[in-house]
Design a binder for this molecule. Structure first.
Ligand SMILES: C=CC1=C(C)c2cc3[nH]c(cc4nc(cc5[nH]c(cc1n2)c(C)c5CCC(=O)O)C(CCC(=O)O)=C4C)c(C)c3C=C
Ligand SMILES: [Fe+2]
Ligand SMILES: [Fe+2]
Length: 345
């Protein structure tokens, strides 16, 4: 007698295959214009998010509206003007995220039922408008890809908050998946190491030290359980192992301190100044926490911190470009997306 054993977890029935799948790349956000008004609108939305400034009490509201939004936008608008993409009249973060979308879509051409789109958590194009667009194109399933290698509540979680807030207002919701942080994915570490090696090979000098600078966050958020710092550390450890550099050659630091609270240390600017004063002449900085170049990498590191190094005795400074839409950068996102789409394709 033949016994037919049903196979659990086999191929889904054909009628459960989705018509279309949306892949939504989400980056942080950036002003719509490089003027005071544009930066003020952006900062208002960004700094009113309780995932970014957790204590949104009366004191913060007074500081934000009475001081920060009156003084910071004009100053920051000048910084944005230094790096603005005048061809497309937008910030580099937007141009690069759009290019990442296009190249990722090209690389997924073998899957015609996938539609790749992009959005910004703050500003435009909004997550709301792009989820609506994917839904209108018949995407019954959407994979949200927060473009942050390391998780933090201030970045990845707020993308999920917003995506689910949008869904909470829909009657016919698409099914949502979110990619996990990829801070120690082999493809990511390999691409970072390859980009550093390739960039250094183009230089007329060999750096004595490499600084891996991550965007900072308040120490108190880590103390409350945010895994961000340990994921930055894990990335740096993996990069050291891959490049064969010890902790004296490849240092970890945290940049972009905002406000007066204690942020993650060591601070990038203090470290760079200290290295120059100690006599280090040749320095490279890599920013593994940014999937795309932006104000924080192009202005704060490649301009401000370069000047700081050179004014304190340094002689050669280089900032390694982020992975952006390079082949390596797209390979990282592609493998992440295909892995997380398993069972849907
Ligand atoms: C990559 C990870 C990031 C983390 C973590 C992060 C935390 C964080 N940021 C602020 C405050 C500001 N960040 C600003 C710009 C900015 N931040 C990130 C990324 C992370 N932030 C990026 C990619 C950018 C650049 C955006 C662009 O337009 O190019 C700014 C705006 C600039 C300024 O006014 O200085 C602020 C403010 C906090 C408070 C925080 C953690 C809680
Ligand atoms: Fe930030
Ligand atoms: Fe900054």
């Amino acid at each position: 007698m033949t016994v037919i054993v049903p196979i659990l977890g086999a191929e889904p029935a054909a009628d459960s295959a989705p018509d279309r799948i949306g892949v939504l790349l989400v980056n942080l956000g950036t002003p719509d214009s490089a003027d005071t008004k544009g930066v003020r609108n952006y900062l208002r939305e960004f700094l009113s998010d309780p995932r970014v400034i957790e204590n949104q009490g009366l004191f913060w509201k007074l500081a934000l509206n009475g001081l920060i939004l009156r003084t910071r936008p004009a100053r920051k608008a000048k910084d944005y003007q230094k790096i603005w993409n005048t061809e497309t009249n937008e910030s580099p973060l937007k141009s690069i995220t759009r290019a990442q979308r296009q190249k990722l879509a090209n690389s997924l051409a073998a899957h015609p039922n996938i539609i790749v789109d992009w959005a910004m958590r703050y500003g435009n194009p909004s997550i709301r408008s792009r989820i609506a667009a994917l839904h209108d194109q018949g995407c019954t399933r959407i994979l949200v890809v927060p473009l942050y290698p390391q998780y933090s509540a201030a970045t990845s979680a707020t993308v999920c908050d917003e995506a689910f807030r949008v869904l909470s207002e829909m009657r016919a919701q698409p099914t949502l998946r979110v990619t996990p942080p990829y801070y120690r994915d082999r493809a990511y570490i390999d691409a970072l190491a390859a980009s550093i090696t390739a960039h250094l090979a183009t230089l007329p000098f060999e750096p004595e030290r490499i600084v891996a600078s991550f965007h900072g966050m308040p120490q108190a958020y880590i103390d409350r359980g945010d895994p961000y710092q340990s994921q930055c550390q894990a990335t740096t450890d993996a990069l050291r192992a891959k490049l064969g550099l010890d902790e004296n050659r490849l240092l970890i630091t945290f940049q972009s301190r905002f406000g007066y609270d204690q942020w993650l240390q060591p601070y990038t600017d203090k470290t760079i100044e200290g290295l120059a004063k100690e006599g280090v002449k040749r320095l490279a900085v890599v920013m593994p926490g940014f999937a795309s170049d932006c104000l924080e990498t192009l202005e704060e590191i490649a301009q401000e911190n370069a000047e700081l190094f050179l004014h304190n005795g340094g002689e050669h400074f280089t900032a390694v470009p982020c992975l952006n839409d390079s082949d390596g950068g797209i390979a990282v996102i592609r493998q992440l997306v295909l892995r997380e789409l398993q069972g849907w394709l």
